[in-house]
Every structure is written in structure tokens, then in C-alpha cells.
Write a new protein. Structure first.
Length: 135
């Protein structure tokens, strides 16, 4: 057991301003293998983003998937960390998740962006996500 039930955090950085974190204390049974995929291929029109919030001044769209080797979706919590720019410090970031069955964007979290431009949210399952920064 490298991480399960340990007082430690594993951070996985993509090199593109998105990181995923796993806290050992939240993992009761360590999976034999876990595959985490982060892609920034989600395409949205400016109009679609404005439907989420009229106050949007910036956004990041991406997809996060975490599966075991047997193809099951991960059952433990993960953090999504985003670099949204120091110029956005003190502003509000909102994370939306695409509901797979309805295709609607669901508000999943709100975070006040730190002085260094960072925001953190909880992973809510395999999905497309969009983080919007509001004025």
C-alpha cells in the first residue's frame, strides 16, 4: 500500500495548468491500477459559455476520466487544481460538469481564486468540465 489510508497526497501535473490530486486518507482500498486521463479537447462556443454565466471573462474546458484496469469508474475522491491566472486573483471561479444523460451543465463547485491564480474543485466523476472566471 503506497497511498491507501496514508497521510499523504499524490499530485499529478499535466504541464498545462491542470493537476489532479489524490489524498491517501480518502482511499480505503488501493486499486491494483488506476488510469487518469485529462484532455483539453472539449470545444465550446462563446455563446455556450455565456449561457453558463453572463459575467464570464475567462474559461477552461477539459475532460477528466479515472478508471481502474477493469474499466470501472474510480470510486474515491480526487481534487482538480486549475491555474486560472494571477490576473484573476480574488475573482470567483465556478466549475460546471456536463450531465451525461441530459447534456446539461451542472454547477459542481465555486472557489475564490487565490493570489497566485489557482482554484481547486472536487472531481465529480468522469465528465466534461468547464471552469468559468467571473468579473
Amino acid at each position: 500500500r503506497l497511498l491507501a489510508e496514508k497521510n499523504g497526497t499524490l499530485a499529478l501535473h499535466t504541464g498545462t495548468g491542470i493537476a489532479i490530486s489524490l489524498e491517501g486518507k480518502n482511499i480505503k482500498e488501493e486499486p491494483k491500477a488506476l488510469q487518469i486521463r485529462v484532455t483539453e479537447t472539449v470545444k465550446l462556443s462563446g455563446e455556450a459559455v455565456k449561457k453558463l454565466s453572463e459575467e464570464t471573462i475567462a474559461y477552461r474546458a477539459f475532460r477528466v476520466e479515472a478508471d481502474t484496469l477493469s474499466g470501472e469508474e474510480s470510486s474515491f475522491g480526487m481534487g482538480i487544481h486549475l491555474a486560472l491566472g494571477a490576473e484573476n486573483a480574488g475573482k470567483t471561479a465556478k466549475l460546471y460538469r456536463m450531465e451525461g444523460t441530459t447534456g446539461e451543465w451542472i454547477l459542481s463547485g465555486i472557489f475564490n481564486i487565490t493570489d497566485s491564480g489557482q482554484a481547486m474543485f472536487a472531481w465529480c466523476g468522469n465528465a466534461d468540465y468547464i471552469a468559468v472566471v467571473e468579473k
